[in-house]
Design a protein around this ligand. Structure first.
Ligand code: NAP
Length: 311
C-alpha cells in the first residue's frame, strides 16, 4: 500500500461517476477487497434515474422505475462498503502511478481509476435555447412532464430517447409534435411502432428548429421544413430536447478519445493510460444501455484488481 498523500488516503480504486457502470464497478471492487471511493456530482444512479421506467433490464419482468433502480444500486454498493463522496470533478491527473482527482470537495488519490462519468445532453445551438432552458425547454420528461398537463409540447430528436420520452409525455399532454430532421426515425422499431400510431403524436419529418421564441417563457418554436425550405411557427407550452448526448470528459487530459470525445478502450475497458479504465456510456462502444454499462463496470473493476495484483 503506498503512503498517504498530504495526509489523505490513497484508494485502490477511484470511481468517477455513480451510474450503473460506476456503482457496479464499486460492488465488484469491494467484493475483491479493494478500498473504493466513488465520486458523484449529482444523485446516484446516473442517467437512468431521469427515466420513468427501465423496461429492458433482465430480471425485472414488470420493469422498474429509474429512480428505484438507481437507489438500489447505491444501497448495494454501500452494503459492500464502498464510500461515496458527492462533489463535482474539476480535474483529473491520471498519468502518474498515483492518480489525483481534484473536486469541489477537495483532492482524492487512487492507484487505479474507473471513468464512468457518462454523457450530458447535446444542444442544438439555436437562438433562445440557452435563455429558455428551464423556462419551457427541458431535457427530462420524467421531471418536467407533469408541468405541461393538457398542453402542447414539442420533442426534438428521432432516437430512442426522444421516442421513449415522447411516449411518456402522452400521459400528460394533449398534443406532441415530434420534430425530426430526417424522414426516418433512428429509434428501435418497437418504439417506432408505438409512436407512429399514437393519436396524440404528430411527427414533423425533415424539420429542424431555427429558434425557440418567448420573452421569459417558451411560447413558440420557429421551424424549417428542409424539403421545401418553408419556415413556420409552432405555438407550444414546452419543448424537450433529445438530440443525442456528448461524453462527460472535459476534466480529463491525456486519454485517447474518438472524434466525438468518447474514450477509446479495448474489450477489457483499458484506456490508453495504465491503471485507468473507462466504463459505460463515456467509452466508445456499440450499445449504450444500462446492462452494457453494468457489464463494463464489472469488467473494469476486475481489470483494476488485476492491475494492482497481477496474477
Ligand atoms: P441518439 O440515438 O444519438 O439519437 C439522437 C437523435 O437526435 C437522432 O435522431 C439524431 O438525428 C438527432 N439529432 C442529433 N443532432 C441533431 C441536431 N443537431 N439537430 C437535430 N437533430 C439532431 O441519442 P439518444 O436517443 O439520446 O440515445 C443515446 C443512446 O442511449 C443510444 O445508444 C440509445 O439506444 C440509448 N437509449 C436507449 C433507450 C432505451 O429505451 N433502450 C432509451 C434512451 C436512450 P439523426 O437520426 O438524423 O442522426
Amino acid at each position: 500500500m503506498p503512503p498517504d498523500i498530504e495526509g489523505k488516503k490513497v484508494y485502490d480504486l477511484l470511481i468517477l461517476g455513480a451510474g450503473p457502470a460506476g456503482l457496479t464497478a464499486a460492488i465488484y471492487g469491494r467484493r475483491a477487497d479493494l478500498s473504493v471511493l466513488v465520486l458523484e456530482q449529482m444523485t446516484p444512479g446516473g442517467e437512468i434515474t431521469s427515466s420513468d421506467h427501465l423496461d429492458n433490464y433482465p430480471g425485472f419482468p414488470e420493469g422498474i422505475s429509474g429512480v428505484d433502480f438507481g437507489l438500489s444500486l447505491e444501497k448495494q454498493a454501500l452494503r459492500f462498503g464502498a464510500e461515496i463522496v458527492f462533489a463535482s470533478i474539476e480535474k483529473a491527473d491520471v498519468l502518474g502511478d498515483i492518480k489525483k482527482i481534484s473536486t469541489s470537495g477537495g483532492d482524492f488519490y487512487g492507484r487505479t481509476v474507473v471513468v464512468a462519468t457518462g454523457t450530458v445532453p447535446n444542444l442544438l445551438g439555436v437562438p433562445g435555447e440557452e435563455l429558455l432552458r428551464g423556462r419551457g425547454i427541458s431535457f427530462c420528461a420524467t421531471c418536467d412532464g407533469p408541468f405541461f398537463h393538457d398542453g402542447k409540447v414539442a420533442v426534438i430528436g428521432g432516437g430512442d430517447a426522444a421516442v421513449k420520452e415522447a411516449l411518456y409525455l402522452t400521459r400528460f399532454v394533449d398534443q406532441i409534435y415530434l420534430i425530426h430532421r430526417r424522414d426516418k426515425l433512428r429509434a428501435v422499431s418497437f418504439l417506432q411502432d408505438q409512436i407512429l400510431r399514437h393519436p396524440k403524436v404528430q411527427v414533423l419529418w425533415d424539420t429542424i428548429v431555427k429558434s425557440f421564441d418567448g420573452d421569459q417563457q417558451l411560447e413558440k418554436i420557429t421551424i424549417e421544413n428542409l424539403k421545401d425550405s418553408t419556415t413556420s411557427e409552432l405555438p407550444v407550452d414546452g419543448a424537450f430536447l433529445y438530440v443525442g448526448r456528448i461524453p462527460n470528459t472535459s476534466f480529463l487530459n491525456g486519454l485517447e478519445t474518438d472524434k466525438q470525445g468518447y474514450i477509446i478502450t479495448n474489450e477489457e475497458t483499458e484506456t490508453s493510460v495504465p491503471g485507468v479504465f473507462a466504463a459505460g456510456d463515456v467509452r466508445r462502444k456499440f450499445l449504450r444501455q444500462v446492462i452494457t454499462a453494468a457489464s463494463d463496470g464489472a469488467v473494469a473493476a476486475m481489470m483494476a484488481v488485476d492491475f494492482l495484483e497481477p496474477i
